[in-house]
Structures are given as C-alpha cells and as structure tokens.
Design a protein around this ligand. Structure first.
Ligand code: ZN
Length: 159
C-alpha cells in the first residue's frame, strides 16, 4: 500500500545535523513514529519525501531550518517559580516554563538567585536537518483517526 492522503504511516528515522552529528535515532528509543499523511501533522518536507512510497522503502531528506531560524531575541529572564520542574536548573538543561500561552520547552542559559535566563528557540532552530527514513508500515486511517486528524496506536496519539 503506497503513501497517499489519509493513510497512517509508520516509520523509523535517524536524524543528523549538517555536520553529521547524531541527534536522534528512533530505533534506539524503541519508538516508531506514526502520523496521518496529508493532514499537516508532520514536517511538510518529510511528507513530500514519503508521498507515493511503500512499506520497506527508505529515503533520505535534508531540510534547511525546518524549525525556523535561530532568533537571538528569544532569550528571556523568567522567575524560577515559573519553571514546571522542581529540579534545580543548570545551564544547558532543557526544561519547561509555564507561560500565559501554556507550557513551553526552553533551554536554561544562566541561573540566578530568583530568576533564570532561558532560550525559547526550538532546540533545532537554525539547524539544517538530515533524516534517514525507513517506512515500516502503511495502512488506511480509521474513521476516528480521520475525524481527529491524527494517527492512533503505536507511535501516534493515545487518549
Ligand atoms: Zn485521536
């Protein structure tokens, strides 16, 4: 079954940056990815590369800054108490800040007595990303998945 709109696609991937450094390996995490094709739930560059492919096929796709440019003005000083974790933050640590718009992933830059400087850029902002993908499954979406606009089951959403 080939990948077209309204199919649920499962794949494994290895993600590297432009210098070839390994960023993620879904097999090592034992975590297959599942998404509903054609519903903007996956990076557009990945959906385009997978369109028309079948189970067992592999492909490589390089995306230039798919998470946008790195913004130098995205460094913010926030009160320590706004951090979602009770763990004492240290520079370089990824953590979550509770904002008016909801929880937000950030990277800790500097820790003061009452405040912490955090970088609100996406961890991959400004990076060119190379994905080596292997399609491990393609199936028709269920009515429920189409209604929800996402895949259920392994690698998908759990309710
Ligand atoms: Zn759902």
């Amino acid at each position: 079954m080939t990948i077209t709109k309204d199919k649920v696609v499962q794949f494994h991937y290895v993600l590297k940056d432009a210098d070839g450094n390994l960023l993620e390996d879904s097999r090592k995490r034992d975590e297959v990815v599942a998404y509903l094709h054609g519903h903007d739930s996956m990076l557009p560059g990945i959906e385009a590369a997978l369109e028309g492919r079948d189970t067992g096929e592999t492909c490589s796709v390089t995306l230039v800054e798919p998470y946008g440019p790195y913004r130098a003005d995205s460094v913010q000083r926030v009160p320590l108490k706004h951090l979602a974790t009770k763990k004492r933050p240290v520079p370089g640590m990824a953590t979550v800040v509770n904002t008016a718009q909801g929880p937000r992933e950030v990277v800790v830059l500097k820790v003061g007595r009452f405040n912490v400087d955090v970088d609100t850029n996406h961890p991959y902002a400004g990076k060119t990303l190379s994905y080596d993908i292997e399609v491990t499954g393609v199936r028709d979406a269920t009515e429920e998945e189409l209604a929800h606009g996402h895949a259920h089951g392994a690698g998908g959403h759990h309710h």
